[in-house]
Ligand binder design. Structure first.
Ligand SMILES: Nc1ncnc2c1ncn2[C@@H]1O[C@H](COP(=O)(O)OP(=O)(O)OP(=O)(O)O)[C@@H](O)[C@H]1O
Ligand SMILES: [Mg+2]
Length: 404
């Protein structure tokens, strides 16, 4: 787009891209990451580029997408209709924003909007340009699936853009950029002339990783999390061909009962790999019903403080033994495995993911023990992993000191 500068409208919504936004306008690379702290103008830049292309290229097809359709309506489309489309544009007439699925331009171009919660609708079509907003919310699998839809070929280049604030430093998006599969355009507050000092002061007052990410724009780990790199353990697919069936159980009634099942695959003399894919997580359910639902043939490692429940599961035909329950050692074993990639967890284990993202140490840092919350599936995981690693701990191969 060599002549973009001449096309910016001269009305009150006049827009001139700066910094990363300007680079985005000229960039033709297939995969692009525009990331940065809050309010740098990333979303506006993506929308302006799409609108400009849609005006200029007849029959262009663009997709604006987020994890869910609802989040899209509440955020991105507000900016699109109120800031990017010309005031009173016929494009935003017709159905209310809530029901709108696309914007049709007079030249036959179409800007489709949606959420990955309705993936069939999105995937049934092809596009020249796709923008994923808050892209840290989607999985790499989602991203690659969207890439397969990038083949309308009306535009001479086909492009998929990820727009986001930074997340943790091992997030797949920043890894993908490091691997040079994506062109990274880091955006800065200087790129947005409309920012006020009040807004920036507000961001500066955030603390910890939120400040690092939203004020400084750094891909920073959340401090205080027990499993800081937890997301890197999660996978969409894996296919353990063989191994020993294993599981962990944390009992509960008003707190959830949590059971995780998986397979341990020992490779030579190494630590082997643990794959976790089964999750059961519910409150106020009789142990009898859990026993009937749990998959057979696993060796379950269960909360050792509940011998009666262990006995009941055994009477129901399950193999169950009291788990090793040293919290610090168990946490270290899990972190060591997350670090070296020998603990892989299916994204179907949603409760476990939610807990791992929240399980944390107290604010004072005084205790080696995490806070006693978000630890039901996390405890089941610890029991499961220690069922396999307790031999290695005894042999001194896992540090008994907490990881710093
Ligand atoms: N170059 C610009 N000129 C004028 N206003 C701008 C410009 N860039 C962005 N803005 C305005 O600044 C506000 C914030 O922009 P935008 O929502 O694009 O930021 P963002 O980087 O996506 O923020 P977040 O990180 O919170 O998602 C919007 O109202 C937008 O219209
Ligand atoms: Mg944004």
């Amino acid at each position: 787009m060599s002549n973009t500068q001449t096309h910016f409208p001269a009305d009150a919504r006049a827009y001139r891209p700066r910094g990363a936004a300007e680079r985005l306008f000229y960039c033709r690379d297939r995969e692009v990451l525009i990331d940065g702290p809050a309010g740098t103008g990333k979303t506006r830049a993506c929308l302006e580029k799409v609108h400009l292309l849609a005006q200029e290229i007849p029959k262009l097809r663009a997709l604006l997408v987020r994890k869910t359709r609802t989040s899209m309506t509440q955020s991105v489309l507000v900016t699109f209709e109120e800031k990017v489309l010309p005031a009173g544009s016929h494009l935003s007439k017709g159905p209310q924003r809530w029901y709108r699925h696309s914007y049709r331009y007079p030249n036959g171009a179409e800007v489709v909007t949606g959420g990955l919660d309705n993936v069939e609708r999105i995937m049934s079509s092809e596009y020249d340009i796709i923008v994923v907003f808050e892209a840290t919310e989607i999985t790499e699998n989602d991203w690659e699936m969207l890439l397969t839809r990038l083949r309308n070929h009306v535009l001479p280049f086909q492009q998929q853009i990820a727009d986001c604030n930074p997340s943790h430093p091992r997030h797949w998006l920043i890894e993908r950029a490091r691997q040079k599969k994506m062109t990274r355009l880091p955006s800065r507050h200087e790129d947005n002339p409309s920012l006020t000092s009040e807004y920036l002061e507000g961001l500066a007052q955030l603390s910890g990783h939120r400040r690092s990410r939203l004020f400084e724009g750094v891909w920073a780990a959340a401090e205080g999390l027990v499993y800081p790199a937890w997301e890197s353990a999660f996978r969409d697919h894996f296919d353990p061909s063989a191994g020993r069936l294993t599981g962990g159980i944390d009992f509960g009634w008003t707190n959830p009962f949590a059971a995780l099942g998986g397979v341990y695959f020992a490779a030579g003399g190494s630590a082997g790999t643990i794959y976790v894919w089964y999750e059961r997580y519910r409150t106020k359910t009789l142990l009898r019903d859990h026993a009937a639902a749990l998959p057979a043939d696993h060796l379950w490692e269960a909360d050792p403080s509940a011998p009666q429940q262990i006995a009941e599961l055994r009477r129901a035909g399950h193999r169950v033994r009291p788990a090793a329950n040293d919290i610090v050692i168990g946490i270290n074993a899990i972190n060591a495995r997350i670090e070296d990639g020998t603990l892989l967890i299916s994204r179907r284990c949603r409760a476990l993911a939610a807990e791992m993202s929240a399980y944390q140490y107290g604010p004072d840092g005084a205790s080696e023990q995490p806070l006693d919350e978000f630890n039901h599936a996390c405890d089941a995981l610890r029991y499961l992993v220690m069922g396999i690693d307790r031999g290695r701990v005894a042999a001194g191969r896992i540090a008994q000191e907490p990881l710093k």
